[in-house]
Design a protein around this ligand. Sequence first.
Ligand code: DLL
Length: 435
Amino acid sequence: MFFQKEIETMNRKEIETLQLERLKWTVDYCYKNVPFYKNRLDKAGVTADKIKSLDDIKYIPPTTKDDLRDNYPFGLFAQPMKNIVRIHASSGTTGKPTVVGYTKNDLDMWSNCVARLCAAAGATSDDIVQISFGYGMFTGALGLHYGLEKLGATVIPNSSGNTEKALMYMRDFKTTALVATPSYALYMCEVAKSLDYSMDDYNLRLGIFGSEGCTPEMRSLIENGWDLFATDNYGMSELMGPGVSGECVYRDGLHFCEDYFLPEIIDSQTLEVLPEGQTGELLVTTLTKEGIPLLRYRTRDITRLNYEPCQCGRTGVRMDKVKGRSDDMLKIRGVNVFPSQIESVLVGIDGVGPHYQLVVRTQGLVDTLEVKVELVDTAIVDSYSYIEKLQKKIKDNLQVVLGLQCKVSIVEQNTIERFVGKAKRVLDLRNEDVR
Ligand code: DLL
């Protein structure tokens, strides 16, 4: 059940002592090896010996994605290329990618974190694990790959795409665990059901899902479709990739690998650190990374930290499932809307499927939101009164949850795009509309 019990069950005092020591090391290391940080820390008047307690971290200015982009590609690396043994880059679609480099020690630490979180999720050396993340610059596939190998599981590096082939391997190799984004796991299930062989031919018992959010409603759909136990793990390429935090089998928050990462929650507007238990933006400082250490990296992800002990015995602080990204939040007519709120409503309604798209437009001077969702039973697509009733029900439920009037469009099955990686559910046409 544990991969490194002595670390995973340290008491708070032990964790904090280790974190303080490593924080000081990191500040000093950044100061000496990254001119960007030397400059920043000089301006802020911070040196390692001024950090007397973990709270003193607040004197260090946050690092942003723009800082990485401004120093593209290797400007924030703390080691010469000779010592960098792997490079990855972010999957971002706009602007320059953020590029990260790993030393040998970084790769070791990465595999440790991933092995730990996979063990916490219930994976063992008996598992046959199929990796359905895209291999390449994306950190998801190789991160899970080496962590699961370290755990001793049998890894099938299947990658994403060519879903029918993946399903064939999954059936014939008696795959027991699947690594994928939740949206791809759902799509794979849809394709499996449309093929000739029966769902009973699959042996999946565990889902190690991550890289995007997933509502409890969507998770139940995936679990029922595959008859597996789904767990969530979180990370980001700038910090390392997967392996930052993950759910144990109690699924009551995602345990942080606190010996490697120091999390904080801030108010995105004021940048003030929020009191324990409050929801806000997650900031993370790497504590041992050599290739590209980051001080107070702004993740933009909205969550909450919970220091209560967990039933599993692990003491690592748990973060709530990510509520959304501060930059994914839609502001429609002054109302803050997270796509996950809409997903929860849609997945709870009989008659429509789990695939949806949100289209934001500007009409006149106001923003509008159209929610497109697929009908489950195409045979009733012509039943005008049924569709009308369904539309009204969704509209009313959305109004209750969001406090916002949306247009609801019910579309035919298989007309909304499916994704083999992270799903892109929001189509923002606001800049394209003519006012
Ligand atoms: O998605 C790393 C990863 C790969 C994590 C595989 C887990 C599994 P990026 O492509 O840099 O890295 O995207 C990072 O994805 O800031 C979150 O907004 C989102 N994200 C990642 N995991 C989760 C999750 C990888 N479990 C960005 N729930 C992050 C919600 C997630 N959002």
